[in-house]
Design a protein around this ligand. Structure first.
Ligand SMILES: *Cc1c(COP(=O)(O)O)cnc(C)c1O
Length: 375
């Protein structure tokens, strides 16, 4: 009963039913299968619990960034097809095969590498060919991929499950880049037809593509952040109904009055104009709560939106309750989520911290316990 972790005043609460609802909303919107992206600890929501719930909700496939993430899913008993999206390192190829993970093949060299390991193990590799249509991250340029596709189609040890590319600007519905990438990708895929090879699964859409660009949906979509109910960018449009899955809550651990003229936190950057009531919250940048929210962020406490006073420390920060605001030790404080009909969204925090919602979510680390509801 007195487990210090479960008694910790701070927690991330993940509403799995929101993830399930978002998956269904995405499916209904696009009408094609969905690869749920669960890299980076499922965008901070917890890799295994989220993946298990997505599997129970009937997601078609999962995608991760690194082979270790795929292995963790296999060890947790996930049986779905899993694509590792990142570039491969030679010494890790055998691990993909042993754990039946699908491999992103992003160059002719890497195709050869996979073939030789597959041959040595006597086990066929399931691969997705990565085409670069403008992101310039990994992949063979669309304008020079003919030989790559021919070599892959002729491979004796690789089964081509998919062919894909990644969108650079789909978060912004107004960007002309997306149409250009769709065109280049179509030209790349045409090589399969030209050589009489079967067309594998063609996939292109991240969350931005799902939201804004029906031309990117093709045979499969790869949404990440919208599965968690968060929009990718301030320019994005909520073209489908999404529900945020993550809340971050804590409790007041200290309360006092700072006299007029007194300063709060490191650097003494915040000064009380009058006698001011201040509450201390036991969360800090050591948990992934951004230091950039110093004197900028807000929390919800007793039906009020209260500003952060002074710098966010590693393990704590202070909140300005004004000259006569009330708070008691152990009062619940909402850092992300809803309280009494008000909300603080990840998107708000990202804007205040001068970053994108992805960085806020994936920054929330293992020091904060996660609790799951709605599963
Ligand atoms: C991360 C990632 C996605 C998902 O991106 P969101 O913007 O979160 O939807 C899709 N495809 C690839 C290749 C990725 O790296």
């Amino acid at each position: 009963m007195s487990d210090p972790v479960t008694q910790r005043p701070s927690r991330i609460v993940v509403d799995l039913s929101a993830v399930g609802d978002n998956l269904r909303a995405i499916r209904a919107h696009v009408g094609v299968p969905v690869m749920g992206i669960v890299k980076a600890n499922a965008y901070g929501h917890g890799l295994v619990p989220v993946a298990r719930h997505l599997e129970a909700c009937g997601v078609d496939r999962l995608g991760v960034a690194f082979v270790e993430e795929g292995i963790a899913l296999r060890r947790a008993g996930i049986r779905l097809p899993i694509l590792v999206l990142g570039g491969i390192f030679g010494p890790q190829v055998a691990d993909y095969l042993r754990h039946e993970l699908e491999i992103t093949v992003s160059s002719l060299d890497k195709l050869r590498q996979v073939e030789s390991v597959a041959e040595a193990l006597g086990q066929r590799a399931r691969v997705h060919l990565k085409i670069d249509t403008g992101m310039e991250r990994i992949g063979v340029h669309s304008y020079s991929c003919a030989g790559f596709i021919e070599a892959a189609a002729a491979s004796r040890w690789c089964d081509i499950v998919g062919v894909y590319s990644h969108l650079a600007c789909a978060d912004d519905p107004g960007s002309p880049m997306t149409d250009r990438q769709v065109e280049r990708f179509a030209e790349a895929c045409a090589h399969f037809t030209r050589i009489g090879a079967p067309m594998p699964l063609r996939h292109l859409a991240n969350s931005g593509g799902v939201l804004h660009a029906p031309g990117t949906w093709l045979d499969l979509v790869r949404p990440g952040i919208i599965l968690y109910g968060v929009l990718p960018d301030p320019a994005s449009q909520a073209t489908l109904a999404l529900r945020p899955a993550l809340s971050l809550v804590s409790r007041v651990v200290y309360f006092k009055v700072v006299r007029a003229g007194g300063t709060v936190s490191y650097g003494a950057t915040w000064t009380a104009a009058t006698d001011t009531r201040i509450a201390t919250i036991p969360v800090g940048y050591g948990d992934g709560y951004p230091r950039a929210l110093s004197s900028r962020g807000e929390v919800l406490l007793r039906e009020h939106r209260r500003p952060i006073a002074g710098r966010v420390c590693m393990d704590q920060f202070m909140v300005d309750l004004g000259p006569d605001g009330t708070a008691y030790n152990e009062d619940e404080v909402v850092l992300v989520g809803r309280q009494d009909g008000q909300a603080i969204r990840v998107e708000d925090i990202a804007r205040q911290a001068g970053t994108i919602p992805y960085e806020i979510l994936t920054g929330l680390n293992e020091r904060i316990p996660r609790a799951y509801v709605g599963g």
